[in-house]
Design a protein around this ligand. Structure first.
Ligand code: HMG
Ligand code: MG
Length: 308
């Protein structure tokens, strides 16, 4: 299989952690329910391809996201390995369900905007913190690790531009609940590199170091890799991506797929940045998953490599 020629860029980190969200962010938007056995096989293949972190599913309300209503069953199928994988949890009810399965890592997900908080969480911007506070407190008491997402960091489909200060205020508040990492989501993929640079600088100024920050890009406007490069240059070393570029958000209409993990790995391989991920195994997983879903992967790298 073709590989990029490796040319190091001394200004960039030597190692990056890829946080794979395909089974969760990727599948949550699929209208046809994927069989739970297929989800488990997908996750096992991702682990086998060397992905260090795979977000498995969500313990959200099953009528809000029917595709992930099988979260408990999926964790049963994954066994010990599944318990080490992060899952999305919005509230105490979700936490109880995760605790029952022995989950060790959860991710809460807040919104930087009022409208998306209402649409995604059925809470106002302020009310979301009241929902997350006891969830995180109890999770930490149970010895869990907590990641916090912030959505709509670069723009919102209903509110338009989102001020950097507003994103930092929400992100800081979520992080201070007791998270170990804050993932900054460009939910609808509208961000551009200067904006990434400015947002990261503002978070650093507010006391959040790069080691606590992750970037979560969607590729709606084709900006995800440029934005990744801007964040790499700023010193961020954790990036969310979805194998095959699957995904979107069911409560944000203009959100399309996440940055494809293969596109990210191709760029990082070319830059000589270590990820531990085997691109060939990843591409064959995407080809297999595309067969399960009945349509080709939108990833450029999968498209370029799959036929070779
Ligand atoms: P609600 O309807 O306000 O819930 O939904 P409630 O607290 O009023 O409870 C109502 C009933 O639901 C109760 O049952 C609860 O027990 C039950 P009843 O007493 O009436 O029989 N319930 C639950 N059942 C199972 N699991 C639960 C749960 N919670 C309550 N967890 C809620 C509020 C937050 C639950 C709902 O709005 C929800 O599930 N939202 C999730 C939406 C979602 O998953 N969106 C996609 C993920 S976010 C994303 O993709 C963005 C991200 O990728 C980053 C980026 O790109 O920006 C992370
Ligand atoms: Mg997302």
């Amino acid at each position: 299989m073709r590989r990029p020629q490796v040319v190091r860029d001394a200004g960039l980190p030597e190692r990056v952690t890829i946080y794979e969200v395909g089974p969760r962010d990727g599948l949550q938007n699929e209208s046809t329910v994927v069989p739970v056995e297929t989800k488990a096989a997908f996750i096992r293949r991702l682990v086998d391809a060397g992905l260090p972190v795979v977000e498995a599913t969500s313990f959200v309300h099953p009528t809000w996201v029917p595709q992930l209503a099988d979260a408990a069953e999926l964790l049963d199928l994954l066994g010990e390995e599944g318990r080490a994988m992060p899952v999305l949890v919005p509230n105490e009810r979700g936490l109880d369900r995760a605790l029952e399965k022995g989950v060790q890592h959860i991710a809460i997900f807040g919104s930087a905007t009022e409208t998306f908080a209402q649409r995604n969480l059925n809470r106002s911007l302020d009310e979301q913190f009241a929902m997350f506070e006891p969830t995180v407190r109890r999770a930490r008491e149970a010895g869990m690790d907590v990641r916090a997402y912030v959505s709509m960091c670069f723009g919102d489909p209903w509110e338009g531009d989102v001020p950097v200060d507003q994103v930092v205020a929400v992100g800081k508040r979520l992080f201070d609940l007791g998270a170990s990492q804050l993932s900054l989501g460009d939910t609808i993929g509208v961000g551009t590199p200067g904006h990434v640079h400015a947002l990261l600088g503002a978070f650093n100024d507010a006391g959040l170091a790069n080691e606590h920050l992750a970037m979560h890009f969607h590729d709606t406007y084709g900006q995800a890799l440029s934005n990744t490069q801007a964040a790499l240059r700023a010193g961020v070393t954790t990036f969310d991506a979805s194998t095959g570029g699957l995904g979107g958000c069911p409560y944000a209409e203009s959100a399309t797929g996440n940055l494809a993990t293969e596109d990210l790995v191709w760029m990082l391989d070319g830059l000589g940045i270590e990820t531990g991920v085997d691109l060939e195994k990843l591409v064959s997983t995407s080809v297999w998953m595309a067969e399960q879903l009945g349509r080709p992967s939108p990833s450029r790298v999968v498209t370029a490599l799959a036929g070779r």
